[in-house]
Design a protein around this ligand. Structure first.
Ligand code: SAM
Length: 267
C-alpha cells in the first residue's frame, strides 16, 4: 500500500491539485517537437498531463516521492515515455551542463526556495528553449518587468537579454495547492533566444547598479567606479545623473557597462 506522503517544507513542497490550473498549463505549452523536462514532479499530477503529450524527463530530490512516482508511472518508465532522475537538479546541472541532450522545454511547478536559481541556470542551458514555470508572483513580476515598472530589476534585464518574450500568463491562488503556500503564484512564460551567452562581468555590474534600488544609479556605481570618470561617461552617453536604476533600459545598461569596463582596462 502507498504510504501517506506529508509535504516537506525543506523541499518547498506545495502540490498543485487544481485541475483547471493543470489544464491551463498544458494549453500554454509551445507547439513544437521539443522534449519536456520537469523539475520536482512531486506526486505526479502535472507529470501525468505532460506525459500524455510528450516524452518527459523529471528530476526529483525527495526519496519518498521517487518511490511513489516509480509505482505511478511504471508503464511510462518501462516504455521510455517517462524518465525519472533521482537527484538535486542543481547538482545535475553542475555535472551534466544540460538537463537534456537535445532541445527541451522546461515545464514545472518549481520549489520556491530555489526558483530564481533554477531559472537563471535554465538561461545558461543551451538546450532549454522555453520555460513555463509556476513561481511566487512577486518573483515572476521581477522576471517579466519592463523599464520604468517598479518591479524592474537586474533579473528583468538578464531576462530581456536572453529572451524573445517574457510574460506572466496567469495567477494561481493559494487554494489551488495542498498545502496552500503563503503567497499568490504566477505562471511565467519565457521564450529564449538562441545562443546567447551571459557575460559574468555584466551580471556583477548589474548587481552593483541595483545594490540600492531606490537610490540614484550614479550613487550605486560610485561604490565601484571613480566619480569623475563616471561623470564623463554619463556626459558621453547623455545620461542624467538623477536616473534611478529602474529607469534605465537594457541597451543603455549595455553601453554603460562597455564604457566603464573600457575605462577600467585603460586605468
Ligand atoms: N510538481 C508537483 C506539483 O505540481 O504538485 C510538485 C511541486 S512542489 C512545489 C516542488 C517539487 O520540487 C517537490 O516535489 C520537491 O520535492 C521538488 N524539489 C525540491 N527541491 C528540489 C531539487 N533541488 N531538485 C529536484 N527537485 C526538487
Amino acid at each position: 500500500m502507498e504510504k501517506t506522503i506529508i509535504a516537506k517544507k525543506k523541499f518547498g513542497q506545495n502540490f498543485l491539485k487544481d485541475k483547471t490550473v493543470l489544464s491551463k498549463i498544458i494549453q500554454s505549452m509551445p507547439n513544437n517537437n521539443n522534449h519536456i523536462v520537469e523539475i520536482g514532479p512531486g506526486l505526479g499530477d502535472l507529470t501525468e498531463n505532460l506525459v500524455k503529450y510528450k516524452d518527459t524527463t523529471a528530476y526529483e530530490v525527495d526519496t519518498d516521492l521517487i518511490a511513489v512516482l516509480k509505482s505511478k508511472f511504471a508503464i511510462d518508465i518501462e516504455n521510455e515515455r517517462f524518465k525519472l532522475i533521482h537527484t538535486d537538479v542543481l547538482e545535475a546541472w553542475e555535472e551534466k551542463g544540460s538537463l537534456h541532450k537535445s532541445s527541451y522545454d522546461l515545464i514545472a511547478n518549481l520549489p520556491y526556495y530555489i526558483a530564481t536559481n533554477i531559472i537563471l541556470r535554465a538561461f545558461e542551458d543551451i538546450n532549454c528553449e522555453n520555460i513555463i514555470v509556476m513561481i511566487q508572483r512577486e518573483v515572476a513580476q521581477k522576471f517579466a518587468a519592463k523599464v520604468n515598472d517598479k518591479e524592474y530589476s537586474s533579473l528583468s534585464i538578464i531576462t530581456q537579454l536572453v529572451s524573445k518574450e517574457a510574460r506572466i500568463l496567469f495567477d494561481v491562488p493559494p487554494e489551488s495547492f495542498d498545502p496552500p503556500p503563503k503567497v499568490v503564484s504566477s505562471i511565467l512564460f519565457i521564450s529564449k533566444k538562441k545562443d546567447v551567452e551571459l557575460d559574468k562581468g555584466f551580471l556583477k555590474f548589474l548587481k552593483v547598479c541595483f545594490s540600492q534600488p531606490r537610490k540614484k544609479l550614479f550613487k550605486n556605481l560610485t561604490a565601484l567606479y571613480n566619480k569623475e570618470a563616471l561623470s564623463n561617461i554619463y556626459n558621453e552617453l547623455n545620461i542624467k545623473e538623477t536616473l534611478r536604476p529602474h529607469e534605465v533600459d537594457v541597451s543603455l545598461y549595455s553601453q554603460l557597462y562597455t564604457k566603464v569596463k573600457d575605462g577600467k582596462q585603460q586605468s
